[in-house]
Design a protein around this ligand. Structure first.
Ligand code: PMP
Length: 432
């Protein structure tokens, strides 16, 4: 366990990549800045393991940030993609596979009566909000502090204090006018949302929410929170959008909406429905989705949307996930690891907590309850960083940030998770 991993080739590749791409990466968290170090360059992956370019092996808890719930190189998925690629990479024309994936999603997520496939989660949320605005004829949207819905301008709004923070852009390059209609309130704060609807009873087009917030670590919705959002939006003629890019087909076959029994008007998907290929989707009530071109006036398009390889990977993945017992297995694995980590915390007396739901979890380095972004930010990120590097050295690839969720896959065997918990205890003892 005390092995020192060599990262010579990763280091050399990172030196070069930094000259070629901003920060050497094509998506910021990958650069490992959240833990103050250099990223590991991946060579290939198999089952539950990642292999880096220096030949080190890691048990992977990132899973390409969610999609690889079956593990890497899953035979039926691999075969489906190989066969689809022989028929052609992309036609820009309708294929049967699009309907097949659409039917699969709708079978498990009944609130989705009509769907449109796109290429990323960002496109899904951006388009769903455009639909909501087109359908309601209203401009304002409500989002929650610490929820991430992709990088569309109007959604890059930072946290603010007070009940209602009128949107200020999070990033230079986003004009204030673009975010002026984005209202932000703390996660789990039903009262704040009520206040917003009092202030703007007929101006809010939609409330968009991660039904489990997985971009500030892992924050569960408190009982009644999602229900209140459903009631308030219905009362005021606004739409409720569940961003299930992360939770869809992960916390249950029917996503978080199945677990809480709430029917949103629109749902956004990504990640698992593409089995690791670039995919997103938005869908929901048929009367609403009928505003989308070409049957409706709201324009949204994509050259590669509904891409045959992505559809093939998605179909094969969902077919595997619908087999009996899969989510029970994921739940059992998640519980096994969660309990192991809790035991490790008790034994080492490190101030931290495990938050867990379905096949996702987070080890927060704080003992205070985490209910929103402000409380999540109280976590000790220095301690997380030390934990992260020690775990990496021991052969565990965790998300390189305290504010990202970890994922369990069906490829992770129980013994691997038991060993992971033992290693975590060993590491935590060093930090204590
Ligand atoms: N919504 C949620 C809940 C997400 O977690 C993410 C990405 N992690 C997105 C949207 C954006 O998806 P993408 O990175 O595919 O654009």
């Amino acid at each position: 366990m005390e092995k020192e991993l060599k990262h010579t080739r990763s280091h050399a590749l990172f030196q070069e990549a930094q000259q070629l791409m901003p920060g050497g990466v094509n998506s910021p968290v990958r650069a490992f800045r959240g833990v103050g170090g250099e990223p590991v360059f991946i060579d290939h992956a198999e089952g539950p393991y990642l292999y880096d370019v220096d030949g080190n092996r890691y048990l992977d808890f990132v899973q390409s940030w969610g999609p690889m719930i079956l593990g890497f190189g899953y035979p039926s998925v691999l075969q489906a993609v190989i066969e689809a690629s022989k028929r052609g990479f992309s036609f820009g024309a309708p294929t049967e596979a699009e309907s097949e994936l659409a039917k699969l999603v709708m079978e498990f997520v009944p609130s989705v009566e009509m769907i449109r496939f796109v290429n990323s989660g960002t496109e899904a949320t951006m388009s769903a909000l455009r639909v909501a605005r087109a359908f309601t004829g209203r401009s304002k949207i409500v989002k929650f502090t610490g929820c991430y819905h992709g990088h569309a301008d109007m959604l890059l709004v930072q946290a603010g204090s007070g009940v209602a923070t009128l949107g200020l852009p999070d990033s230079p390059g986003v004009p204030a006018e673009t975010t002026a209609n984005t209202l932000t309130v703390p996660y789990n704060d039903s009262e704040a949302v009520k206040e917003l609807f009092k202030l703007y009873p007929a101006e809010i087009a939609a409330v968009i929410v991660e039904p489990v917030a997985a971009n500030m670590g892992l924050v569960l919705p408190q009982p009644g929170f999602l229900e209140t959002l459903r009631e308030l939006t219905s009362q005021h003629g606004a739409l409720l959008i569940f961003d299930e890019v992360m939770t869809g087909f992960r916390v249950a076959l029917g996503g978080m909406q199945q677990r809480v029994g709430i029917r949103p008007d629109l749902t956004c998907f990504g990640k698992i429905i593409g089995g690791g290929m670039p995919v997103g989707a938005y869908g929901g009530r048929k009367d609403i989705m009928q505003v989308v071109a070409p049957i409706g006036p709201m324009y949204q398009a994509g050259t590669l949307s509904g891409n045959p390889l992505a559809m093939a990977a998605g179909i094969a993945t969902l077919k595997e996930l619908r087999k009996p017992g899969q989510y029970e297995a994921l739940e059992r694995k998640s519980l096994l690891l969660g309990e192991g980590l809790e035991r490790a915390l008790r034994n080492t007396r490190v101030e931290a907590q495990v938050v867990r739901i379905g096949a996702m979890f987070c080890l927060y380095f704080t003992s205070e309850p985490v209910t929103d972004y402000a409380s999540a930010k109280r976590a000790n990120t220095d301690r997380f960083s030390r934990y992260f590097w020690e775990m990496l050295a021991a052969g565990y690839y965790l998300p390189p940030s305290q504010f990202e969720a970890c994922f369990i896959s069906l490829a992770q065997e129980d013994v691997m998770l038991e060993e992971a918990a033992r290693t975590a205890e060993h590491v935590l003892r060093k930090l204590a």
